[in-house]
Design a protein around this ligand. Structure first.
Ligand code: 5GP
Length: 193
């Protein structure tokens, strides 16, 4: 998606540890017009697929997922990272190892919002080592829902997540795949897509 790649080149900041900061339009300040274009592109890529729910993970996936959901005309469910008052048995849970924070945390979705009739598209901002995606897929599997695929805004193609998830037979559509990025020169190379 050219619009997105141009924006990453213009406003993305490469930090040490292979972290791409896109706080000015995606992760902190949010460019909702760009989000709308992203939503349309996900819709185009998943045209013809039956999707009745979008699943994401808090916090940074929520904004994009909401705008995309308006295009798809389906509800969004976000997996929560904090404990709620739900008692055991009322929630699906799985574990996620955070790339950016380096710790393991539980994620959860109330059972009433995910069930075997659902045909789910996962949406998230980044795909790095694939842990967030794996955690979300586990929640879907627990619920018996059908996973249609994943829509990722930025995939870091030099990390293992994309290959890992695709090798499990999951369709992953990433709108910008970063092949390499150089902290010193600021150069970002995208995979042809
Ligand atoms: P994964 O679980 O695939 O390793 O990492 C995915 C999650 O980590 C994303 O939801 C995102 O919040 C965060 N993340 C991973 N890499 C980056 C990065 O380079 N920049 C930013 N801003 N977030 C990242």
């Amino acid at each position: 998606m050219k619009l997105l790649k141009d924006r990453i080149r213009k406003d993305g900041v490469i930090k040490e540890g292979n972290v791409l900061k896109v706080d000015s339009f995606l992760n902190h300040q949010m460019d909702v017009e760009l989000f709308h274009e992203i939503g349309l592109e996900f819709k185009r890529r998943y045209e013809g697929e039956e999707i009745n729910k979008i699943l994401t993970i808090e916090a940074s996936g929520i904004g994009i997922a909401c705008v995309a959901a308006e295009v798809f005309k389906v509800p969004v469910v976000f997996a929560k990272k904090t404990q709620t008052k739900n008692i055991a048995g009322e929630v699906y849970t799985s574990k996620v190892e955070s790339f950016t924070h380096g710790r393991v945390y539980d994620i959860r979705v109330a059972k009433q919002f995910l069930n075997k009739e659902d045909k789910v598209l996962i949406i998230d901002d980044f795909l790095a080592n694939g842990k967030a995606l794996e955690g979300l897929i586990e929640l879907i599997n627990e619920s018996g829902a059908t996973l249609v695929g994943a829509g990722i805004v930025i995939e870091k193609g030099f990390q293992v997540g994309g290959e890992l998830i695709r090798s499990r037979g999951v369709r992953v559509e990433s709108l910008a795949i970063v092949e390499s990025m150089d902290e010193k020169t600021g150069e970002i190379v995208f995979r042809e897509s």
